[in-house]
Design a protein around this ligand. Structure first.
Ligand code: A3P
Ligand code: MG
Ligand code: MG
Length: 385
């Protein structure tokens, strides 16, 4: 789903075939807590091996790509050079968004349809779930009230009562070397602090350029005053902490890994709270991952300091810049709007929602979905029997 630049600008400029009521991004009255997310529970897992050079993707129906966090006992003495190994892989476009739509999540669903059955149901005919999507899409919507620079396109299809959502990414030319190296650094940091074996620490010289992802499938419910939305969503998870007691069914023993530049000046720290912590909060809050291990990169792109940041502390820390209530209330408003908009239950009908900063979200029903089709024929066929 990498959309070429011409097609992308058409989405925002060309006259629409069917123009539906746009959705306002106004958030007046959204500061109070009205919407809550029920504790997200894990209902399954799968793994992916993605070749960064060929884009070939392999779906593995188990948790074999789960990695464990390893930090040295003396955190003050660590030193991770995030440039290490970059020379060998500088031809790879490191920040490139995935172009796989939601196929792998759908594969998992087909294999686990029983998990969606309700009491008394003999054959699984529907998922009894309002929305199916990736966690990243939910985070994107939640943070939209504060988005002032990036546009997005999300498509929706209703099939057997469930609305499937998929984000479509703009295709970019390869980034310049500096930006590419920064994206590589995020993955390199992960390889310094994680390994497949909880008892064997990672080899700092070892780096596999392919992506190895562990994904969890989560279930939750967004609950507002007179309405609620059941959700099933997939999420890529960085690692689990060895020997940490988990709260069964939750991701309480997982951590998210991030890197950011050392902040020397007040304005840098304020920007960090305003932009990064908003995104980091939305990403981890949605799956109930309680903390982030943040590696601070110095001017040479070397991490000499890692700090554990608690997700629950972010909303108060960032009160001046963004509100968790606004994010959750807006997500509720968006999902409610989708339920009103996406009325035709047909796997071949696609509704397209497009956002650009400072504008309402436009809603279009595509007569010919083409590349924007979300559900593949193999998924529809399997359900039809
Ligand atoms: P950092 O954000 O720590 O630098 P995630 O943190 O979501 O698990 O992503 C892991 C890494 O993938 C990021 O590490 C970053 O290097 C890279 N990455 C993810 N999304 C990206 C994007 N939109 N553009 C560029 N790089 C991205
Ligand atoms: Mg990750
Ligand atoms: Mg990460």
């Amino acid at each position: 789903n990498g959309i070429d630049p011409q097609m992308w600008s058409d989405i925002f400029s060309v006259e629409k075939v069917t123009d539906l009521k746009p959705m306002s991004i106004e958030t007046n009255g959204m500061l109070a807590q009205k919407t809550v997310l029920r504790q997200p529970l894990k209902i399954g897992e799968y793994s992916l091996k993605i070749s960064t050079r060929s884009d070939n993707r392999i779906f593995i129906p188990d948790g074999s790509e789960l990695k464990y966090l390893h930090l040295p006992p003396a955190i003050s003495q660590l030193s991770y050079d995030l440039n290490h190994g970059y020379d060998m892989v500088s031809d790879i476009h490191w920040g490139k968004p995935s172009n796989s739509k939601i196929d792998e999540l759908l594969q998992w669903i087909l294999r686990n349809r029983k998990k969606f059955m309700v009491a008394g149901e003999l054959v699984p005919k529907e998922l009894h779930t309002d929305f199916v999507c990736y966690r990243g899409l939910l985070a994107k919507i939640m943070t939209t009230p504060y988005e002032t620079s990036h546009r997005w396109v999300i498509c929706a299809t209703k099939y057997r009562g469930t609305i499937y959502l998929c984000q479509f990414h703009e295709s970019y030319p390869p980034p310049d070397d500096y930006y590419n190296k920064m994206s590589f650094g995020g993955f390199r940091f992960e390889s310094f602090v994680t390994s497949y074996d909880p008892t064997i620490p990672p080899d700092p010289n070892d780096f596999d350029p392919d992506h190895h992802e562990y994904c969890a499938v989560m279930r939750s419910r967004l609950m507002a005053e007179n309405v609620s939305h059941s959700l099933a969503f997939g999420a890529e998870l960085d690692c689990v902490v060895p020997n940490l007691r988990e709260n069964p069914g939750t991701l309480s023993n997982f951590v998210e890994l991030k890197t950011t530049k050392v902040m020397a000046k007040e304005f840098q720290y304020r920007n960090f709270l305003k932009h990064k912590l908003l995104k980091w909060w939305a990403q981890s809050y949605l799956v109930g991952v309680p903390s982030i291990y943040c590696g601070y990169k110095d001017e040479k792109n070397v991490v000499k300091d890692v700090e554990q940041l608690k997700i629950e502390s972010f909303p108060e820390l960032c009160l001046e810049f963004w509100s968790a209530n606004v994010c959750l209330n807006f997500l509720n408003k968006f999902l409610l709007h989708l339920k009103e908009l996406v009325t035709i239950d047909d796997p071949n009908v696609v509704y397209q929602l497009a956002f650009q900063p400072h504008h309402d979200i436009t809603c279009t029903r595509l007569v010919e979905p083409g590349d924007f089709q979300i559900l593949p024929q193999w998924y529809i066929d399997e359900f039809a029997v």
